[in-house]
Design a protein around this ligand. Structure first.
Ligand code: PBG
Length: 326
């Protein structure tokens, strides 16, 4: 049967019908809100390439997380900018490091109401901006995973709820799982940044976290954008190493990877709607070229439709009316 007996527009006629038939529900509990916290800062510092976003002093982190909680968001993802960077990322695993302090404050203020997630990486803490130990201009895998494990354990000691390793080193999930278990933290889940592509979309984040590599690029550890098979292999290995959830990053240019991951594995899939994706929307909205709320909603729906269970997004707190429109 076809037109004129079939008329697709019949089921799109009213808002009530459209709502009734809407298969995707957006829920703020599925959003994770990233927070940048900078040591030695007294007032928030706007991030120029991420309009509406600031690096926060430690004293403002709790209020920011509570504002997110008030909107129904359950999780925050913490990134730290330390006062001191060096060649061994000492500030990443210092007991009084900026993230460790932020975790303690958040846990005390919000208890189990908030899911505190810590990005486990070294780039923000390294003087050269790479995600691992550098020797002879090469990123050293095995010494790096030992430091990542040390960082994860120090987050756990401070009270983290979930660790999210993002350095793309081989064996990092095994190293972290073993170290956490040995230290008595076998209940702390790991979200693996399993399929993290070497992407131009991270530019604004690197401004925010002052983590642009001082030489070379991240192509020897992050993945080549053209390669979907490698993503599946990375995800498979991370699950075998003990990852509880897997992440695809960036999100919008990698919707196919999200769909593949969801169809191929039985763990929750997280999509990271990264800084460059956020900044493009903000820039166009500021120019009056697009309607920000409509676009944010459409982006989040597309990520859900592709198969994401959870979405990390800088838009999380901007999302206002999307629960009621379709
Ligand atoms: C740390 C890390 C990065 C991002 C998240 N964790 C930067 C990078 O890999 O260069 C990027 C997030 C974003 O762009 O929003 N390695």
């Amino acid at each position: 049967m076809s037109f004129p007996t079939v008329r697709m527009r019949r089921l799109r006629k009213t808002q009530a019908l459209r709502d009734m038939l809407n298969p995707i529900t957006l829920n703020p509990a599925h959003l994770i809100y990233p927070i940048f916290v900078e040591e030695n800062l007294k007032t928030p510092t706007p991030i120029e390439s991420m309009p509406g976003y600031s690096r926060l002093p430690l004293s403002m982190v709790v209020a920011e997380a509570k504002a997110a909680l008030a909107q129904g968001i359950k999780g925050v993802l913490l990134f730290g900018i330390p006062a001191k960077k060096d060649e061994t990322a000492t500030s990443a695993y210092a007991p009084e490091g900026i993230i460790q302090q932020a975790i303690r404050l958040l846990k005390k203020a919000c208890g189990d109401e908030l899911v505190i997630i810590g990005d486990v990486c070294l780039c923000e803490y390294m003087s050269h901006g790479h995600c691992g130990i550098v020797k002879d201009n090469e990123i050293q895998n095995d010494p790096t995973i030992a430091l990542l494990a040390k960082t994860a354990v120090s987050y756990a000691q401070a009270g983290i709820d979930i660790v999210a390793p993002s350095a793309m080193m081989d064996g990092q999930i095994t190293a972290i799982r073993e170290a956490l278990d040995e230290a008595g933290y076998d209940q702390i889940p790991i979200i693996a940044y399993a399929a993290k592509y070497a992407s131009g979309f991270y530019g604004p984040f690197r401004d925010a976290a002052e983590s642009t590599p001082k030489f070379g690029n991240r192509h020897s550890y992050q993945m080549n954008p053209g390669n979907p098979q490698e993503a599946l292999r990375e995800i498979e290995l991370d699950i075998a190493e003990g990852a509880d959830m897997v992440m695809i990053k960036p999100a919008l240019a990698y919707l196919d990877i999200i769909t593949l991951a969801k169809a191929s594995f039985n763990v929750p899939v997280v999509a990271y709607n990264v800084s460059g994706e956020y900044s493009m929307v903000k820039a166009a909205a500021q120019n009056g070229w697009i309607d920000e709320q409509t676009i944010i909603r459409e982006i989040l729906i597309s990520l859900k439709r592709a198969g994401a269970d959870l979405i990390i997004t800088y838009h999380a707190k901007d999302v206002k009316s999307w629960l009621t429109q379709s």
